[in-house]
Design a protein around this ligand. Structure first.
Ligand code: NI
Length: 248
């Protein structure tokens, strides 16, 4: 069940069954020579949508622009400042909280979002902690999970791609987008085969060190058949973890 395609009476009815909601959250940023700009938003969105076909789960709109300042030297990338993103997450959670949602499951597709999402959670919790009356609102619990961090999913990535998996523009995330959007599959030869690894600071530093955008990966291995397996595997874990969170 998707918020965007539900009516308010349907959402009101859902709230009598559950106070929990999933927010797919990602980024709009370059993903190397053959990866889609929307990769980090598409992956959690597609996995959550698959999960929602199998269980009573409400999916919020995808939070699809995140913290990607380090990708801004590549055309098409978009970013929020961390301070902006914290403010926006805060308002999304309070909007949902206004209706009674009290378990907000952030299902993330971008490593660069993690610290900012956690800072946003701290802002939300600080409201109640700093006010003796609880700021006149019920407690809201937020949870952050990266789709690749479920144990079987991580193991599948390591077993399938090994040293070619890398850290950015990984074959696993590209495979998921190719499964979801086969019309967008791109054949590109990688040079070098496996991209360099390392740290970076700002956008120019990143592009100087990682000229084609990849870090440590060989996304030419991305295969939509693996993408299908990853979507199904991750959706199964999401269903279980979301149910446990909703009941917590
Ligand atoms: Ni990514």
């Amino acid at each position: 069940m998707h918020l965007q395609t539900s009516s308010w009476p349907e959402v009101e009815a859902y709230l009598t069954r559950s106070k929990a909601i999933v927010i797919p959250i990602g980024s709009t940023e370059q993903h190397g020579p053959n990866g889609l700009i929307g990769t980090d938003a598409i992956c959690p969105e597609v996995i959550a949508s698959h999960a929602a076909t199998q269980t009573d789960m409400l999916i919020a709109p995808t939070f699809n622009v995140g913290c990607a300042q380090h990708h801004m030297a590549f055309p098409g990338s978009m970013t929020l400042r961390p301070s902006t993103m914290i403010a926006v997450i805060y308002d999304w959670v309070l909007s949902l909280g206004r209706h009674g949602f009290d378990r907000i499951y952030f299902f993330n597709g971008h490593g660069g979002n993690i610290s900012t999402i956690q800072a946003a959670f701290a802002e939300i919790y600080a409201d109640r902690s700093l006010a003796r009356d609880g700021a006149n609102r019920g407690p809201v619990k937020c949870k952050l999970v990266n789709w690749w961090d479920y144990k079987p999913v991580f193991k599948y990535c390591m077993d399938t791609y090994g040293k070619s998996h890398g850290g950015h523009a990984t074959p696993s995330e590209v495979a998921i987008t190719y499964y979801a959007y086969p019309e967008a599959i791109k054949q590109v030869e990688m040079s070098p085969k496996i991209a360099p690894r390392g740290r970076y600071t700002d956008a120019d530093d990143y592009r100087a060190k990682f000229p084609d955008g990849r870090i440590g990966s060989d996304p030419s291995l991305a295969d939509p058949k693996d993408g299908k397996i990853l979507v199904e595997m991750s959706a199964k874990e999401l269903i279980e973890d979301f149910a446990a969170f909703a009941a917590s």
